[in-house]
Every structure is written in structure tokens, then in C-alpha cells.
Design a protein around this ligand. Structure first.
Ligand code: PLP
Length: 366
């Protein structure tokens, strides 16, 4: 099966929207070309729509989702700041590591992997944290953490949310939930290849930005002078923007907005339910707590008995080589224990769900 026919049902990237593939093949413009700057401005405006925010400082950071995570900590944390972080998977762990490197006093609030984090535990973990941080959609476990109660109860703290796997797939409401800093990635529910980290920052957070962060590249004071809208002459060169990736993101956001944010959410919800019901019908056990299960990323336990002589990695390899379908291995302490099946962006279609379920049935001989 040709590589170009791969069906990407791992934790990311997903298959890009057709409009994105077209944009990737389009002309390369200069990063200060007025035609490109118009695309950049419109990309920022489209990001505001999917983040559901009026934040002026909304931009695609050059780099993958982890660059968004680093930008979110390095621009807002000063040495010794108490930072409360929810941890129920690999990406909460990564937040702790990043915050620690920036010099934060990290206060971890752990929940068992597969369960969501109790918002009250986060809100009561420290009397006056400078930041409360959580991963909205934990890609390593398939669990959603609730954000709205954190916004309601955050007090003086800034609320920082990882929306890498949630944006474009499940409900996101940055302003209504009083989120101060949110970042995402392009390769999940936005249906764009990896390479950019959409980021949005509230006015309240901007007032607390570190004046001279440890990272020059991710310094939002400098970046905003290039990325923010205004007349051509006000743009100050910072780095050469990845013009083709921004054109691709613009197209992916266009696809989501043309479909409608709510329609895309419903499509993800329906495909996720279809997939999860189908896996259970095959006799498999879903890993994530049912009340907080993500539709766009399903974790399913590797069955105790596999067809003779096959390991879990053999099963995934057979899915790839015989059927051209990629699914993901377990991450972190779930390695070898679960499979992660993505149904994100353009991949979240009933025919892909049916194809995967049929192939898995054959591979597992059920
Ligand atoms: N946060 C979450 C929830 C993720 O799923 C990922 C990647 O899968 C990241 C952060 C890091 O993003 P990237 O791998 O694009 O750097």
C-alpha cells in the first residue's frame, strides 16, 4: 500500500484537510510580503474564533505544541513563583519539567492516569499560586480535565491551559472559562501537519509578562511586535516566519470554520462514540474514565490474549503494513498496556472508523 494512502489514527498527526494539502503546495511568499501578512492577520483572527476569545495577542508560535508550552511558562514565570500543575499523564509531567527549568516552585496535583483531576484539588493546592496549569485533553490517557471551574475559582492566579489535543475537537471557550494563557498544536483536531503552536494570551496575563524572559526566541514581547496586526511599517522583524506552515494553518482553520466549530465538534463526538462502541463490541476494554473520556483520542487496553506469537507491537505493525493504518502505542507508564487511537480533524470520519474496526477485528482474530 503506497505511503500516500496511510490512514493516520495515532495520537497525531492526523490526515490533513484537503484544503491544507493545497496550501502546502502553494507559492512561497516572503515573510514581510503584504500578501503574506494579510494571511497571517487572518490566521490570527481565525485562531481567535476557534479559541473563542477576543484576545489581541493570539498568534501561531513557530514550533510544535511543546514550543507553545515553553512560551507559556517562560513568559509568565519568575524564579520561585508558586505554580500549581495538574498531572494525570505525560503532558502534565512535561509541564512540571518545563516549569521547573524556568525556576518555578512546582506544586503538583496528581490524579491516577485514566481519571480526571478534581478542580477543587487544584484550587486548594496553594493559598496564592501565580499560575494554575492543566492539560485540557491528556493525549497519553484519553482523559478530559475540566477547565471552567478553574477559571471560576482561580482568584488572583493566571489560568494556563494546554489545548493541544482539544482545539477544534471538543468545546473550547477561552474567554468564557477565563483562561489567561492557552496553547495548542496544529497536528491534532485542526487537521494541519505539525509545526506551529497557536497561542492566546489575555490582557490580564499580558500585564504580568516577564520583561526579559530566559528564551529570546519565545519572548512574546518581541514576537508580538512582528505578529500583531497593524500597518506594514509597524512590523518589526524577529525571525523568518514559516510562511508555508502558516498558510497551511490558515487553510485548516478555514476548513474548520466553513464546516462550523459546533459541527466539527459533533463530528468528533459521533466518530469517537462509534469507535468506542465498536471497540467494546470487539470485546476490548476502554481505559479512560467514562465520564471524562475524549472522543478524539481513545485509549484501549491491550488484550491479555493476542493471536499466537504476536506482541502488541506486532499488531500495530500489521495494521500499518497490511492495512496502511497507524495507531499509537501507550506513552509513559502506559507503554505496552494501551493503544491510542486518534480520530481527529479530517481523520474523524465514519468510514475511517469502520475501516479501523474491520482491520483490527482481522488482526486480533476476533
Ligand atoms: N500537549 C499535549 C496534550 C500533547 O498531546 C502534545 C503532543 O502530543 C504536546 C503537548 C506536545 O506537542 P508537540 O509534540 O507538538 O511538541
Amino acid at each position: 500500500m503506497p505511503i500516500s494512502d496511510r490512514l493516520l489514527m495515532g495520537p497525531g498527526p492526523c490526515n490533513p484537510y484537503p484544503e491544507v494539502a493545497e496550501a502546502l503546495a502553494g507559492p512561497v511568499l516572503g515573510h514581510l510580503d503584504p500578501d503574506f501578512l494579510a494571511v497571517l492577520d487572518d490566521t490570527n483572527q481565525r485562531l481567535r474564533q476557534v479559541f473563542a476569545t477576543a484576545n489581541a495577542l493570539t498568534l501561531p508560535v513557530s514550533g510544535t505544541g511543546s514550543a507553545g508550552m515553553e512560551a507559556s511558562f517562560v513568559n509568565f514565570v519568575r524564579a520561585g513563583d508558586p505554580v500549581v500543575i495538574g498531572v494525570n499523564g505525560v503532558f502534565g509531567e512535561r509541564m512540571c519539567e518545563v516549569a521547573d527549568r524556568v525556576g518555578a516552585q512546582v506544586i503538583r496535583v496528581d490524579a491516577p492516569w485514566g481519571m480526571s483531576i478534581d478542580p477543587e484539588a487544584l484550587l486548594s493546592a496553594h493559598p496564592s499560586p501565580s499560575i494554575i496549569a492543566v492539560v485540557h485533553a491528556e493525549t497519553s490517557t484519553g482523559v478530559r480535565n475540566d477547565v471552567a471551574p478553574l477559571g471560576a475559582g482561580k482568584g488572583e492566579a493566571l489560568l494556563l491551559v494546554d489545548m493541544v489535543t482539544s482545539l477544534g475537537g471538543i468545546e473550547v471557550a477561552v474567554d468564557d472559562w477565563k483562561v489567561d494563557i492557552a496553547y495548542s498544536g496544529t497536528q491534532k483536531c485542526l487537521g494541519v501537519p505539525p509545526g506551529l503552536a497557536p497561542l492566546t494570551v489575555s490582557l490580564r496575563a499580558r500585564e504580568r509578562m516577564v520583561a526579559r524572559p530566559l528564551s529570546w526566541y519565545l519572548d512574546l514581547n518581541l514576537l508580538s511586535r512582528y505578529v500583531q496586526e497593524g500597518s506594514e511599517g509597524t512590523r518589526v522583524y524577529h525571525h523568518t516566519a514559516p510562511v508555508t506552515m502558516i498558510a497551511a494553518l490558515h487553510a485548516g482553520l478555514g476548513a474548520v470554520l466553513d464546516e462550523g466549530i459546533e459541527a466539527a465538534r459533533i463530528r468528533h463526538a459521533e466518530c469517537g462514540r462509534h469507535l468506542q462502541d465498536g471497540l467494546e463490541a470487539l470485546g476490548l476494554t476502554l481505559f479512560a474514565d467514562a465520564a471524562h473520556r475524549l472522543p478524539q483520542l481513545t485509549t484501549v487496553e491491550v488484550p491479555d490474549s493476542l493471536p499466537s506469537g504476536m506482541s502488541e507491537a506486532d499488531c500495530r505493525r500489521l495494521l500499518l503494513t497490511r492495512y496502511g493504518i497507524e495507531i499509537g502505542a501507550g506513552a509513559g507508564k502506559l507503554a505496552g498496556k494501551v493503544w491510542r487511537i486518534g480520530c481527529m480533524g479530517h481523520t474523524a470520519r465514519p468510514r475511517n472508523v469502520v475501516t479501523l474496526l474491520g482491520a483490527l477485528k482481522e488482526v486480533l482474530d476476533r
